[in-house]
Design a protein around this ligand. Structure first.
Ligand SMILES: Nc1ncnc2c1ncn2[C@@H]1O[C@H](COP(=O)(O)OP(=O)(O)OP(=O)(O)O)[C@@H](O)[C@H]1O
Ligand SMILES: [Mg+2]
Length: 281
């Protein structure tokens, strides 16, 4: 696992649209290799947070860094996967779309051509199970296949941080579940830092090594290491996930009502549980 690259820092970050604050004073430290799922009510600023980290949106205060460098413009150290099933280039084949990702990331790194961090496109297509359809155009792919291509394209430039904005929300339940498992497997193999936005409590609990609940103005309402990460002990996993889901539901309710989140109900909180505070290493 890559444990040296992909550290993300938000320091007292504010973002405004036309002078109206959407995120105010957000501070956050994501350690390399974490898969952080972010939940929060619609309009609380989740996409804004990702766009700012991607360098696609200027911030009005504070700073955002990736491995100590300011993330004010897009760069090959970050790649984004969107919700939209039409995010691929329709005039390029699957293979060419992924190659484009590799070249784009490479080009924007500003380095000379030759050796580099560009990933082998065939290897990536195999990783996402699309070797057989590399010559097809996006129009001939299912929604799940398109999102797999989008993930491969994002990984093609070998970014340190993968930003995913509800990438599976337009898919049917079965495909979504399958892609969640595939993403977990890719994450374990590739060791990327991933920040994954979702509206689904289940998805947050299944995927996140760490879960964050955002309230209005990008306020962090909850931030904890997920005790429901699958261990292989099915009975234990199901019980742990149910507990996390109940807690997340209550946290989200409190976001809507803007009340203080209820205290964790269990008499014996799971190991590595809530409100983890993180000191920079
Ligand atoms: N380009 C824009 N111009 C002005 N306001 C915007 C713009 N984009 C977003 N906003 C506003 O900023 C706030 C946060 O938007 P954002 O898209 O980050 O929310 P979100 O948490 O991702 O919501 P959702 O869960 O619905 O995707 C919302 O009030 C939205 O209306
Ligand atoms: Mg959004």
């Amino acid at each position: 696992m890559n444990d040296t690259r992909g550290r993300v820092g938000f320091y007292d970050v504010s973002v405004a649209y036309d002078g109206a604050a959407v995120i105010q004073g957000l501070s956050l430290d994501v350690v390399p290799g974490e898969l952080v799922t972010v939940l929060g009510p619609s309009g609380c600023g989740k996409t804004t947070l990702l766009l700012a980290l991607a360098g696609l949106l200027p911030i009005s205060g504070g700073s955002i860094t990736v491995d100590g460098r300011r993330a004010t413009v897009p760069g090959p150290d970050r790649a984004m996967v969107f919700q939209d099933l039409d995010q691929l280039l329709p005039w390029k084949t699957v293979q060419k779309n992924v190659e484009f990702g590799a070249k784009h990331g490479w080009a924007s790194s500003g380095k000379a051509s030759g050796v580099g961090r560009q990933k082998d496109v065939r290897e990536l297509l195999s990783m996402v199970g699309l070797s057989q359809v590399s010559g097809r155009y996006p129009v001939h792919l299912s929604g799940g296949m398109r999102q797999r291509v989008a993930i491969a394209r994002a990984l093609a430039a070998d970014p340190d941080v993968l930003l995913m904005d509800e990438p599976f929300s337009a898919l049917d339940a079965q495909t979504r579940e399958q892609l969640q498992l595939e993403l977990l497997s890719i994450w374990r193999r590739a060791g990327k830092t991933i920040i994954f936005i979702t509206h689904s409590i289940d998805e947050a609990a299944i995927l996140g090594s760490r879960i964050l609940v955002m309230g209005r103005n990008g306020r962090v309402m909850e931030d904890f290491i997920n005790s429901a990460v699958p261990t292989g002990d099915q009975a234990r996993d199901i019980a742990a996930r149910a507990e996390v889901q109940v807690h997340l539901r209550a946290a989200l309710d409190s976001c809507f009502s803007e009340a203080t989140p209820p205290a964790y109900a269990s008499s014996s909180p799971p190991a590595g549980a809530w409100n983890v505070s993180r000191e920079p290493e």
